[in-house]
Design a protein around this ligand. Structure first.
Ligand code: ADP
Length: 392
């Protein structure tokens, strides 16, 4: 707000009061900018005179009361940011852009780089000619270095994640070969020497073949898991109605065996990896069949918009999951039951979660023990809204 002196008056008391008021306002402003660690500056265009307050001097590592020049200011600005500073100043002066920029300066005392944010207004005369530029500057180094550190950590994490995925992929790939040899030997042993083995021998060979089969399924699951982001197919338009149809077809004998009922509401088409989406639905529906209670499974699949995003729900009436394990079941190899109770390797939900994340979403569960569970997942990035197909 431009401040105006009161009109000249003969009344000395009135003038003195106005001056005192002005001094008070200016002192309040000084206190406020000092508390916020904001430096105040002014550049008079006609005289080219630059005025800095004490905070401005401190920000640039100059002694209090120093008389900086515009040339010195520009010298302190980092080489890479000087042109940006000059261009922004020009634009502000000719009125095309508001002056609100960030640039690096070198502290004249410590010679350390400082990130400065500066904003200014132009004071013009009645003809619109720029008379001076009045601005504030403050130090944003801490915010910028925190951001840079966060970016660096994210990059490191991404790299180590990639390395781990590559390791899991190579390890599981290389483990298949010796495993096949073990399984083959168990078969040969049974075929060639079966007659010479007693019942204990047969039992051992069966154990061996069974362990090799289990190991094979663990390796296949691990391979699929490590392939989700590194070896996934490029995204294409995928109808989730068709995806669920394929998943149900693949599970048709299991569905018949337990007399399950599956209700599917219209689902939308989205951009995704078809094979991975089939795998996600198949795993979740397969689990709803496997972890069923005493009644025949009743499974419902539907979608709804929650806070602008499509959430998919697969609800069952099975044994349910205890709330304290709700997060753990999405981790690799985490199971809540023994192999004797329910077959499985503890990889399915970890895979599903990774698939949802590759599609920009996430996955979680809500459940009541002995009554059933609902697996919820989002398959799109923020802002994408899908329309179920049959309601178009
Ligand atoms: P797996 O089925 O091979 O054990 P998953 O990763 O698919 O592996 O599931 C992890 C665990 O989550 C299961 O062992 C089971 O305890 C629990 N779980 C998964 N789906 C359901 C479900 N629909 N109802 C109850 N528990 C479930």
């Amino acid at each position: 707000m431009p401040m105006r002196l009161p009109p000249a008056s003969n009344d000395g008391t009135q003038l003195a009061a106005a001056e005192a008021q002005l001094r008070l306002a200016s002192e309040k402003l000084r206190l406020a900018t000092s508390a916020a660690k904001i430096g105040v500056w002014e550049w008079e265009l006609t005289t080219n005179k630059l005025t800095w307050d004490a905070r401005m001097c401190a920000l640039h590592g100059l002694p209090e009361g120093a008389a900086p020049t515009l040339e010195l200011w520009k010298q302190l600005i980092a080489d890479g940011d000087r042109a940006h500073f000059e261009h922004s100043t020009e634009q502000a002066l000719n009125g095309t852009q508001v002056f609100d920029i960030e640039f690096r300066v070198t502290n004249a005392t410590t010679e350390e780089p400082v990130y400065i944010r500066a904003a200014a207004s132009i004071l013009r005369d009645s003809a619109g000619r720029a008379g001076s530029m009045v601005g504030v500057s403050w130090d944003v180094t801490r915010e910028r270095s925190a951001e840079a550190q966060l970016k660096k950590r994210t990059r490191e994490l991404e790299r180590s994640n990639k390395d781990l995925e590559q390791f899991a992929y190579s390890a599981s790939h290389d483990l298949q070969e010796p495993l096949r040899a073990v399984a083959g030997c168990a078969q040969l042993l049974k075929a060639r020497y079966g007659k010479q083995l007693d019942s204990g021998g047969h039992e051992l060979v069966e154990h061996m073949a069974d362990a090799a089969r289990r190991m094979q399924s663990l390796i296949t699951g691990l391979l699929a898991y490590s392939r989700v982001s590194s070896k996934g197919a490029p995204f294409e338009r995928v109808s989730l109605n068709a995806v669920v149809e394929v998943a149900l077809k693949n599970l048709s004998s299991a569905i018949q065996d337990c007399d399950a009922m599956v209700e599917v509401d219209p689902l939308p088409t989205l951009s995704g990896d078809r094979a991975q989406l089939v795998s996600l639905f198949q795993n979740v529906i397969g689990n709803a069949l496997k972890y069923r209670g005493s009644k025949p499974p009743h499974i419902k699949i539907h979608t709804e918009i929650v806070k602008g995003r499509n959430v998919f729900h697969v609800t069952d009436n099975g044994i349910g999951v205890e709330l304290e394990y709700a997060d753990r079941i999405f981790e690799l190899f985490q199971r809540l039951h023994s192999r004797e109770e329910y077959s499985g390797a503890g990889l399915g939900l970890a895979l599903c979660k990774k698939i949802a994340e590759r599609h920009g979403g996430r996955m979680w569960v809500s459940s009541t023990l002995n009554e059933g569970s609902t697996f919820h997942f989002i398959l799109t990035a923020l802002g994408e809204r899908l329309v179920p197909e049959r309601s178009r």
